[in-house]
Design a protein around this ligand. Sequence first.
Ligand SMILES: Nc1ncnc2c1ncn2[C@@H]1O[C@H](COP(=O)(O)OP(=O)(O)O)[C@@H](O)[C@H]1O
Ligand SMILES: [Mg+2]
Length: 330
Amino acid sequence: MNMKIAFVGKGGSGKTTLSSLFVRHLAAERVPVTAVDADINQHLGAALGLDDDRAAALTPMGGRLPLIKEYLRGENPRITSAESMIKTTPPGEGSRLLRLDEDNPVFGECAHTVELEDGVVRLLVTGPFTEADLGVACYHSKTGAVELCLNHLVDGRDEYVVVDMTAGSDSFASGMFTRFDMTFLVAEPTRKGVSVYRQYREYARDFGVALKVVGNKVQSAEDVEFLRSEAGEDLLAVFGHSDWVRTLERGRPRPFAELAESDRQVLRTLHATADASYARRDWTRYTQQMVHFHLKNAAGWGNAKTGVDLAAQVDPAFVLGEHLAQRQPA
Ligand SMILES: Nc1ncnc2c1ncn2[C@@H]1O[C@H](COP(=O)(O)OP(=O)(O)O)[C@@H](O)[C@H]1O
Ligand SMILES: [Mg+2]
């Protein structure tokens, strides 16, 4: 199975920090992992130890969108050109699907190998966001490349995909937030910290999204009590205000093994919770949701932008699932 996990939350809450620590934890546990930086502030590479030059030289998925679309549409007769493919265009008969354990042009072009002390991970980045990406014009979204890839991803060997993602209105409009087996909402114990959770919870409830709150920069019993009173049962774990993270910020990284035991325990809890979420995987619903958001985006802006009736891209008989993993077109 490929577990797909998102870290979301307010800017500055610690999404990138906790994403990178979770990735380090998985690597240390010898779990293959693909890390995806889809945050407005592209810092995941740096948080995984890349120096500034290497982080700046990462190939952005946002800049390879034509290649990604051309590859994924494959021989799908309902998608007549890469130009008519929008970020929500769902796969159908003839589409090429992605497996994490294969070589394909998307990973060939965009994936980077990052060496950690405990192993290697694969890193994909959307690329820096611009003003245009952040406005209401959904089709500019850099995360479209990630969304397309998630919608075409089928399970190969056991591997984790960990996405560091801003909890913005764009992820709700496109349906990106429904693409994960588990979403960890990172919240500081402040009113602003939990306000994103309230908004996210509403969307999550409507679409059956598994959501858990991970407190961060928690320093006292009062902090925990505050988060508990706001998030109730959704509060999964609390990560401390960490000297290890502070030292990393100062450019003096310490070995991962020196992370406080209580924080390592939090990472184990996240791992176990993510693993357990697999039992709720429902490919039919997963496919229906992509169709739902595609039709919504088609009517909202996509038809007008492409000049094509994008609803015709939907293959009504198609259901994404594990059974398709073996049927890769050559
Ligand atoms: N648990 C923590 N302990 C200490 N500092 C932290 C912790 N989590 C995050 N930080 C610091 O807070 C700042 C914002 O964290 P970051 O992960 O970049 O947030 P986000 O990705 O949500 O914008 C960074 O300077 C980071 O080092
Ligand atoms: Mg960040």
